[in-house]
Design a binder for this molecule. Sequence first.
Ligand SMILES: [Zn+2]
Ligand SMILES: [Zn+2]
Length: 151
Amino acid sequence: MSKGYTGGCYCGAVRWEVTGKPLVSAYCHCSLCQRLSGAPFINTIHFPAPAFKWVHGSDSVLDSYAVEAKPWKKRWRCKTCGACVASFHEKGNRWSMWGSQLDRDEEGKVKADMWEDLKPTVHIFYETRLLDVKDGLPKWSGYAGSSERLK
Ligand SMILES: [Zn+2]
Ligand SMILES: [Zn+2]
């Protein structure tokens, strides 16, 4: 059986699980992620559609929406705490979730066995960053491989 990774919203009402290997794990500095999350950048992790499932039971805990700039991306949030938890990209047939919502250990750290497999390997949309990050990972102005490599 392939390894599963679990996470969810702030209050715990919404829970998801993904299995197998991620397609990509990146720090995204785009202005859409910045505005939607409130953070200077986020860690987005993509999985092929069949790898993802909700594991919280009833779907009545979920609310979905899309933003005008990306109507093909269905975003989900928790009705109780309001946290956005995952999104489904119809064109790419893939799910994205945020690394910040992976399950934690007793000390609040992302569980080591999950982090090794899922930690970001690249920065994307670095051109619109709010913060310089000197971590040695590759940095792209837009999407990795199809924009200008900055460092
Ligand atoms: Zn919640
Ligand atoms: Zn982004």
